[in-house]
Write a protein that binds this ligand. Sequence first.
Ligand code: SF4
Length: 591
Amino acid sequence: METIKLTIDNKPVEVPAGTSVYQAAKNLGIDIPVLCYMNLHDLGIENKPAGCRICVVEVEGRRNLAPSCSTTCANGMVVKTHTTRVINARRTVMELILSDHPKDCLTCPKSGSCDLQNMAVKMGVRNIPGQAYAEMSTYKTDFSPSIIRDMDKCIMCRRCETMCNDFQTVGALSGVNRGFMAVVAPAFEQDLEKSPCTYCGQCVAVCPTGALTEVDHTPKVIRALADPTKTVLVQTAPAVRAALGEEFGLEPGTRVTGKMVAALRQIGFDFIFDTDFAADLTIMEEGTELLTRLGKHLSGDKTVKLPMLTSCCPGWVQFFEHNYSDMLDVPSTAKSPQQMFGAIAKSYFAEKLGKKREDLVVVSVMPCLAKKYECQRDEFKVDGNPDVDYSISTRELAHLIKEFNIGFNELADEDFDRPLGESTGAGVIFGATGGVIEAATRTAYELHTGKTLKNVEFTALRGMEGIRSATVDFDGLPINIGIAHGLGNARKLLDLVRTGKTNYHAIEIMACPGGCIGGGGQPLHHGDTSVLKARTKAIYSEDTNKVIRKSHENPYIIKLYEEFLGKPMSHKAHELLHTHYFDKSSKDIFI
Ligand code: SF4
């Protein structure tokens, strides 16, 4: 590989050809401020926006300052990153950005984690000349079920556009207008609800200001907790435990399962349950569906479609409803673990408690913003009463813990309640890309072959590449598996499936980078893939530490079928645990 030698702040450095000055400086430990740049190289996206101009540096021999994010290193280049001229220019850029920005920092949802605010403080900006904002007209705030857009706070860094268009290929957000009115918005400045938005929240995860934030469900949760007539249950998704600690200063990848349970108990939830239980249930239903479809397909029934696609990611479901409405019979009909949990909590568990479903409030803690939208979908309600009442993100749970003044890091570990809190290692790996299909493979293999797996770890299904394939030997029957994370990768795989030229039997798709561990509701990582890798490691180490690692061996799942559901895909299981999809292509304003 060709390498380039240059000097940055009098330090010599050698980097691969094509490296940006920003990245080369970072390799030397030199911190250049950025607002629009994100290092998405590991996700297959080259991001050299040069939009905000905060990262300018001096390059010897050049008259103008250069944006370090989009300037490529050259042999013999001499770069200075913190001269008086550079500092002055950065400060002017910052003042211009702030002059066009609302000043409601005390109540802004991003207060405390706003990159713009932090940077302004670090640069010592105290006065804002110009104050253009005071005179300009403001935008109407756009409320969707999951995401709020406050375009007065948009600084046109276009990070959201990169994630929405380049990574996800969703096409809900792009730059419109010029000058002070320039913002990133859906086409024709429509609301998000009228766009093909999937609510994956990747735009929120990278937005450096309060322009894009999640819909906050915590006030409703607090109200429910204070209502003596309600029994409030909480379920926590697998990826939450691998990231929540970051909000309390712990290293990425620190598992905080026991502390999280203890905190939820202190907050006052009546029952602390685990979405991993419902992930095990999903495997029972989805795994059985796969084996049924496979059996019919192999016996020549051409009406049965393969590959079967997983269906537990609501961002992905929204994406195929918009873009692949001709293939609505391909995904599994199994509901997501969040919704399976809600359906069982408000039927089986309500019966056990002797309560009506209306007396229960089910709260979910998710790494995800699309789950807020999912739990409001009409098909997941009974007479208007939702199976899951409120979904809060990992970030919102962290806020709740801080609001209740709980010393999180000092908490002793506690365990989930039973019966809906017992789970296996298969349930927990749902949090990482490839985990759902690995969990399904563990169960489907044993159900199909009648043999016990010697090794439950299918490492060929793991990894961070955007699209992966593997063949698993089901005792002489080769099962071809595809995996994609990120909707841009999903689109590539789905376009192939649409041509009928693939030989996959099953495909797992998750909308977010790395799967749910990189979800839009997780602590903000701004595209740092080392954080995602650390969270993934935490997920697999929880699996390794579990006594039971296969969903069909979860004793409480076995009991649920014996006492209530009958068997997987029974009439009752179908009623409670399966769903159907909608053709949303005609509602898409782009079509
Ligand atoms: Fe939500 Fe996970 Fe799907 Fe992202 S990958 S949209 S976090 S379910």
